[in-house]
Design a protein around this ligand. Structure first.
Ligand SMILES: *Cc1c(COP(=O)(O)O)cnc(C)c1O
Length: 391
């Protein structure tokens, strides 16, 4: 039976039917069940920061699963404690941590922090058009993509959407009844749109002026993806909350909420929880990720290789490429005259996995360990990929 037949018979229809089934991975490479090899330029959507089968992650996870797989949050476990302490030290700011399972549950917790901050008085929320914060009810309510929200309305929250990047729009939207403003440093799912210089700083000032929390969703941009641990802190902005997930566990499910200053003390006993949040296996993986990034000076490499990637693509001077946008190893190729879905399919047949994030943009979010030589292979193949996407 074909993959499509089995898939469609077994799974609900919320996802598109995949073209290939992956079997195993090795570094920046993945292999499908038919034996084809692909250079992974998407990293499981900005997740597989250390590529596939990284020895540090394999060892940490294997040891931990043999030692203790689960404790519940009734008991402490050392990997979770060590991870929380590590995240605190990475921010260099007074903060406390809540551990959860993914990006949506991180933003769900941030939504509840906003509610606590509002204390029943401030109930307004501000988010950006084109944003993505997850698929659970509160995270979806904050997601500025009407097509994703519409079938599920009414959603919780009194959310005002503003045009991303416009300070004046924020100024109008943030009022004394605003409890929190949710923003991404780079809108990832929205098509890899970086916030303009100074935008997050302006948001910080406007939130301070009105007493609203600033929540920065770094689920996609965090943990080294942009060449820094946190894109907002690198931009000189200390928010009230940072949410993390995707790259944090290098493939193991984990999310984190970092609350700064007084926001760190908003939750009281019983206010929030998660059965699997702080799971020792995922935490052991996240610790291995952070230690590996630190030990191999990977942040500096991400900045360099990311710049090399965009310059190499622009260096082609190709008529179907209008530009490259993004930061570090979160980049989008802006297409002209070619649908991105055709480019994604053509790339796959050439042995490259990438993502048609919007109809005219291709997202690249490879493992952070990708090298200039790997990128050279992709850039050399790109003209033929585009050529065959036309045909
Ligand atoms: C992917 C993503 C989410 C949702 O994360 P899940 O793990 O899929 O729930 C939230 N915010 C941003 C910015 C994301 O990129």
């Amino acid at each position: 039976m074909s993959l499509a037949t089995r898939w469609n018979a077994a799974f609900m229809s919320n996802y598109a039917t995949p073209a290939i089934e992956l079997d195993h991975g090795d570094g920046v490479w993945v292999f499908d069940t038919e034996g084809n090899r692909y250079l992974d330029l998407l990293g499981g959507i900005a997740v597989s920061t250390l590529g596939h089968g990284h020895p540090a992650v394999v060892q940490a996870v294997s040891r931990q699963v043999a030692k203790l797989a689960h404790t519940s949050n009734l008991y402490a476990n050392e990997p979770a404690l060590a991870l929380a302490e590590k995240l605190q030290s990475l921010t260099g700011q007074p903060c406390k941590i809540f551990l959860c399972n993914d990006g949506a549950t991180a933003n769900e917790a941030a939504f509840k922090l906003a509610r606590k901050h509002g204390a029943g008085q401030r109930t307004g929320l501000v988010a950006a058009r084109g944003s993505f914060h997850g698929r659970t009810a509160a995270a979806l309510a904050l997601t500025g993509q009407p097509s994703k929200r519409a079938p599920f309305e009414p959603l919780p929250g009194d959310v005002t959407f503003v045009t991303f990047g416009e300070v004046d729009a924020l100024k109008t939207a943030i009022t004394p009844s605003t409890s929190a403003v949710f923003l991404e440093p780079i809108q990832g799912e929205g098509g890899v749109h970086p916030a303009p210089q100074g935008y997050l700083k302006a948001a910080r000032e406007l939130c301070d002026a009105q007493g609203a929390l600033l929540v920065i969703d770094e689920v996609q941009t965090g943990m080294g993806r942009t060449g820094d641990w946190f894109a907002c802190l690198a931009a000189g902005v200390v928010p009230d909350v940072i949410t993390l997930a995707k790259g944090l566990g290098a493939g193991l499910p984990i999310g984190a909420v970092i609350a700064f200053g007084r926001t760190a003390d908003l939750f009281e006993p019983g206010d929030h929880g998660s059965t699997f949040g702080g799971n020792p296996i995922s935490c052991a993986a996240a610790l291995a990720v952070i230690e590996t990034i630190e030990g191999t000076d990977l942040l500096a490499q991400v900045a360099q290789v990311g710049q090399y990637l965009s310059e190499s693509i622009m260096g082609l001077g190709h008529k179907n490429i209008a530009g490259v946008r993004g930061l570090g190893l979160l980049q989008a190729i802006e297409l002209v005259g070619l649908p991105s879905a055709a480019v994604e399919a053509s790339a796959r047949s050439h042995g490259f996995l990438l993502n048609a994030v919007t109809p005219d943009a291709i997202r690249l979010a490879p493992p952070l360990i990708i090298t200039k030589l790997d990128i050279d292979q992709f850039v050399a193949a790109l003209p033929s990929i585009l050529q065959e996407a036309i045909a």
